[in-house]
Design a protein around this ligand. Structure first.
Ligand code: SF4
Length: 448
């Protein structure tokens, strides 16, 4: 938990020398608490105070990184229970778990397909994050051979899963430099695997069936100074999974328990694709750090990646497109002129429906701070005067002779105000729902 200004002041020299740019140490402490300055601005702060303040400024859920170079994956770093309190920081990683018993050709096909898989949604590229190889063959040699194949095909985070700590040790050595995740240590193997993870620069997952055992192990490891940890609390049911994740997040955030302040790892494998999707969805919605699925089904991944994007979008910074006039298709000087807001989801739905209607058009998108149509209108960002001013400044009047502008049906009430702001233009009220644009184009605009 972050320290308050008064607590920080007690750690400062209290000489009020002003060298930090603040008039008093208290004023500087208040700025530090509000994250408006850096501790390094005070040249006289002691090493002990620096260490305390650095530890206190760590997020309650530690950020743990997997992978190397430009292909790193980060989990944790979270500071809130609910995203509307601030924002969530690192989106739940979604990965593919493969057994080393799969035939080589199947491994190559699945991993290549997985590595190439990406979707674009509201202007963002969404893709999965990690591949985990499980030793199901019982052969360390086979595990290492499969890891070599996967490492050659998959550039991002890799996990290795086995209860055999000798095989895990060999895998860690093989993947040295890739910062893999070793899954998972249990009390009997924890000490050896922590040492190995340190030596090979790996992250380590620790697994238990209940919170007490997990907390005991995590406390010992954290006290030893090793902090590249994931927590795997094995759950017997969907309900238990949800409950566990909420309890762990609350303990870390509300009780300030640093031993349990690490990202959570889970392997989903119910035997039923729909149940797998449900369990992975719970991990994404409620605090999972990294979740692995037992197969690659694009239909499932598109749903999970979309869910993840929705949950991890910063509610205070909606995804926006640049305010400007967009050409949809190949519009000319007679093409219709539509207007909508710069909230990405709204823009992409409206532009997609215009495209689907088979016509080319101009789409005028004023600055609305990323709000949707009704929200922007209610906030005074999408009224007649603002749209009118944007149209005049945008240059659209030089691009088209058409002087008819189509506004969303939900803001029909601004028609008069917009006509006043745009002399010479006629305002046409379009459909309320973007899905009705196609029939509007055919039946009202009567454009073939
Ligand atoms: S520089 Fe340090 S000691 Fe001087 S006023 Fe600022 S916080 Fe206090």
């Amino acid at each position: 938990m972050a320290l308050a200004g008064l607590q920080i002041q007690k750690l400062l020299p209290k000489t009020n020398c002003k060298e930090c740019g603040s008039n008093t140490c208290l004023a500087f402490a208040m700025k530090l608490a509000a994250k408006k300055t850096e501790l390094s601005e005070c040249p006289y702060v002691s090493e002990e105070a620096k260490a305390i303040l650095a530890a206190e400024s760590e997020p309650p859920i530690r950020t743990v990184t997997l992978g190397s170079g430009e292909s790193v994956f980060q989990a944790g770093g979270e500071t809130v229970m609910f995203r509307h309190e601030k924002t969530f920081v690192n989106a739940t990683g979604i990965g593919l778990a493969i057994p080393d018993t799969l035939a080589d050709a199947d491994i190559d096909r699945q991993v290549k397909e997985f590595a190439e898989y990406r979707i674009e949604r509201v202007g963002e590229i969404l893709r999965p994050d990690a591949v985990s190889v499980a030793m199901c063959s019982g052969s360390e040699r086979r595990l290492l051979a499969v890891l070599e194949r996967v490492a050659g095909l998959w550039p991002r985070a890799i996990a290795v899963r086995t209860d055999d700590d000798s095989a895990l040790a060999a895998a860690a050595v093989k993947l040295r430099g890739r910062k893999p995740l070793l899954a998972s240590a249990v009390p009997a193997t924890a000490e050896r695997l922590v040492k190995l993870a340190r030596e090979t620069g790996s992250a380590l997952a620790i697994a238990a069936d209940n919170i007490d055992d997990l907390a005991d192990m995590a406390t010992r490891i954290r006290d030893s100074g090793f902090k590249d940890l994931f927590l795997e609390l094995r759950a017997g049911s969907l309900c238990e999974r949800l409950q566990n994740n909420i309890i762990l997040r609350r303990i870390a955030l509300k009780a300030g328990n640093k031993a349990l302040g690490f990202p959570m790892l889970s392997y989903v494998s119910t035997g039923d694709a729909m149940d797998d999707a449900m369990e992975a969805g719970i991990e994404i919605a409620k605090y999972g750090g990294l979740v692995f699925l037992p197969g690659f089904d694009p239909a499932m991944f598109v749903s999970l990646l979309t869910l993840r994007q929705n949950i991890f979008t910063d509610p205070q910074k909606p995804i926006q497109v640049e305010p400007k006039v967009y050409a949809i298709g190949e519009p000319n000087e007679n093409s219709p002129v539509f207007v909508t807001t710069n909230f990405s989801l709204t823009y992409f739905i409206v532009s997609g429906e215009i495209e689907n209607s088979g016509i080319s058009a101009w789409l005028v998108v004023p600055e609305c701070e990323g709000m949707s149509v009704l929200t922007a209108w209610a906030a005074g960002k999408f009224g007649g005067a603002k749209i009118g001013a944007f149209v005049r400044e945008s240059g659209i009047e030089q691009q088209t002779r058409n002087r008819q502008i189509i506004i969303p049906g939900y803001i029909a009430q601004i028609s008069g105000e917009l006509e006043e702001a745009l002399p010479g233009w006629k305002v046409l009220v379009g459909p309320q729902e973007a899905g009705d644009i196609e029939s509007f184009v055919k039946n009202v605009l009567k454009v073939a």
